[in-house]
Design a protein around this ligand. Structure first.
Ligand SMILES: Cc1ncc(C[n+]2csc(CCOP(=O)(O)OP(=O)(O)O)c2C)c(N)n1
Length: 323
């Protein structure tokens, strides 16, 4: 059951993440950041809906497209911006960049650009929770290309065999860099079908529908805590911008997908759909939504400006945290 209060709270989070990434993408164009950056604009409803169903003590892992997951798990725009600018105050001390975020305070343990690597680490966290008899859950966010990695299937087998409390969340945006799913997988070979072969419950959901994602995540998290078993969620969504970088593909004249296809998905924007639900059901007015968005944007602008003026890491500390 999604109360109006909960939906409003999730909607504000949706706006915070959308505006944070849009702002960072604009700054990226000014060549102020030197980290390769994969923006998740258009995919925000998945992390917001899933993280709203988690406890703060649960942990999250992610892949190269990780900003949304970090923020939704309770991460700070200021520390994310500082990380992208390479500043000492970044969540990874300015030495990780966009694809290596970490922030233990909010339970965001790590993101990694190596496909399926963070899935293995998340499975390891779940093993430690099971061994401790804890009710904590480990979660891994990743894309559809991870379902083509051998390590992924090792994790599924191990998690199922050892009854691990891990939630696998696949954001299926239909592409791996510039390769559509249709040239990578047989038409009838569904990802959930392959996962089910490991005796892991699965659920497919519209990843641009905030409420549907939240409800699916509650079902998953409830089952994981009750049965101490893994669960797999596949969320259909779409990335708006190029694979890596701040531009739309058509602005760079790329042809692996059409502008019409992108426009079609942008019309199914998760933020707009959530806003429409709030207004249509009398939970919020358009004026309120605009006011909140302006307030959130002002805070983001202040966070980004503060991060930009922060100091670089001190070279004296270069060898710290190196193993
Ligand atoms: C093991 C491994 N193989 C190849 C790559 C190169 N690579 C980086 S991102 C990417 C595609 C990722 O697609 P997906 O997992 O669906 O996530 P998305 O980028 O669509 O969010 C590939 C092949 C990599 N990082 N790691």
């Amino acid at each position: 059951m999604i109360t109006p209060e909960l939906h409003l709270q999730m909607h504000k989070e949706l706006i915070r993440i959308r505006r944070a990434e849009a702002t960072l993408a604009e700054r990226y164009k000014k060549q102020e950041m030197r980290t390769p950056t994969h923006f998740g604009l258009g995919q925000e409803a998945v992390p917001v809906g899933v993280c709203a169903a988690l406890k703060r003590t649960d942990v999250a892992y992610s892949h190269h497209r990780s900003h949304n997951h970090y923020l939704a798990k309770g991460g700070s725009v200021y520390r994310l911006a500082a990380e992208l600018f390479g500043r000492a105050t970044g969540c990874s001390g300015g030495r990780g960049g966009s694809v290596h975020l970490t922030d233990r305070e909010c339970g965001f343990i790590a993101s990694s650009a190596i496909l399926a690597e963070a899935v293995a680490a998340a499975t390891g966290s779940a093993l430690s929770f099971a061994m401790d008899g804890s009710d904590r859950i480990s979660t891994a966010f990743f894309g559809d290309a991870v379902a083509e990695e051998g390590a992924f299937y090792e994790c599924l087998g191990y998690a199922s065999l050892k009854n691990l409390p891990v939630l696998f969340i696949c954001e299926n945006n239909g592409y791996a860099t510039e390769s559509p799913l249709s040239i990578r997988q047989p038409e009838k070979a569904s990802i959930t079908g392959r996962v089910a072969a490991f005796d892991i419950p699965t659920r497919e959901v519209d990843g641009n529908d905030l409420r549907a994602v939240y409800e699916a995540a509650v079902e998953a998290v409830t089952a994981i805590r009750r049965d101490s078993r893994p669960f797999f969620l596949e969320c259909a969504t779409y990335r708006w911008l190029e694979h890596v970088g701040p531009w739309f593909d058509h602005e760079l004249k790329r042809t692996y997908r059409t502008k019409e296809e992108v426009d079609g998905w942008m019309a199914r924007c998760p933020v707009k759909r959530s806003a429409a639900y709030l207004v249509d059901n009398g939970i919020a007015t358009q004026d309120q939504l605009s006011t909140w968005e302006a307030e959130i944007q002002a805070r983001i602008d202040a966070d980004v400006a503060r991060a930009y003026n922060d100091p670089w890491p001190d070279p004296q500390h270069l060898m710290e945290h190196v193993y």
